[in-house]
Design a protein around this ligand. Structure first.
Ligand SMILES: C[S@@+](CC[C@H](N)C(=O)[O-])C[C@H]1O[C@@H](n2cnc3c(N)ncnc32)[C@H](O)[C@@H]1O
Length: 274
């Protein structure tokens, strides 16, 4: 994790809180605890305090429109031509799950709309499944914080968190239990939550789309460059990377082509000729 001068105070404050909670009187002794075998649980607790988990459903709508209406539509078309019926999406730094579930709902709608206009040449089971066979959709949602992963896995959201979700989406994809909206099981089953630290080398491969939004801002330049190179390798040829509204790949890489449409931005992997 990278903390520049502007965030040094935040770092100090959060570490001090942990010192107090552990009844430790010096940074040095706290450091010794963190690096010891017994300190594993405390390291996890510190991490929870240092990550910024702000997120929401349908965050950055122009970008999601570009994804669903243009890029995903083209991808479905190309894949169907090649008889490749798999779609793999990775939400890297997924926080409490609103991002991967938004993508799951968008994919379900996009597939339904696509086959309304281009019926498949075989019979559809009745009632129609959310994902028309033979398509297989996998959405991996990863984070470095175990507590946000647990919340995502639970898939239950309150009225305030549901504010950006319009009533058609609520009706189709959520069950209301008391004051809580729960993601319906068929949508939930498309999303797999897992721990991944983006700083490590071994990251999920063969993705068609990677969403890593509002995560890189916490990395320094060198680490951002390394991460983008890793994302390049984690994407299928022609795959797409989506970063946050305040983030860009400008000056960090020349291995992606920028697509900008109606205020939405995406980056497509450029293929090098052999
Ligand atoms: C501000 S949230 C963004 C959530 C979502 N992508 C969005 O845009 O709404 C940033 C998330 O990145 C996660 N994160 C930070 N550093 C990470 C790392 N090295 N590896 C994986 N996840 C990380 C944090 O735990 C947090 O949940």
């Amino acid at each position: 994790m990278y903390f520049d001068e502007r965030r040094a105070h935040f770092l100090q404050d959060r570490i001090q809180r942990r010192l107090k909670a552990c009844q430790i009187d010096s940074f040095h002794n706290y450091y010794r605890l963190l690096t010891s075998r017994e300190g594993k649980a405390e390291l996890a607790a510190l991490l929870e305090n240092l990550t910024v988990n702000e997120t929401s459903f349908f965050r950055n709508k122009p970008q999601l429109e570009l994804f669903q209406k243009t890029i995903l539509e083209q991808m479905l078309h190309h894949k169907q031509e090649r008889r490749d019926w798999t779609l793999k999406i990775w939400s890297a730094g997924c926080s409490t799950g609103q991002e991967p579930y938004t993508l799951a709902m968008q994919v379900c709608d996009a597939l339904a709309y696509y086959y309304l206009r281009n019926p498949l040449p075989f019979d559809m089971p009745s009632p129609k499944p959310l994902i028309p066979p033979p398509w297989k959709v996998e959405i991996l949602a990863s984070d470095i914080s175990y507590s946000v992963l647990r919340t995502g896995q639970e898939g239950a959201y309150n009225e305030i968190q549901m504010e950006p979700v319009d009533y058609m989406y609520r009706l189709r994809y959520f069950d209301k239990v008391g004051d809580t909206y729960r993601i319906k099981q068929p949508v939930k089953s498309l999303v797999q939550f897992d721990f991944h630290n983006l700083k490590t080398e071994f990251l999920p491969q063969r993705n068609d789309f990677i969403f890593c939004r509002n995560v890189m801002i916490y990395f320094d330049d060198a680490e951002q460059k390394r991460l983008i190179d890793k994302f390049y390798r984690c994407l299928n040829p022609g795959g797409y990377l989506f970063v946050g509204h305040a983030e860009s790949l400008f000056g960090l890489t020349d291995r992606f082509r920028m697509i900008h449409q109606n205020n939405g931005t995406a980056y497509q992997r450029i293929e090098v000729e052999p």
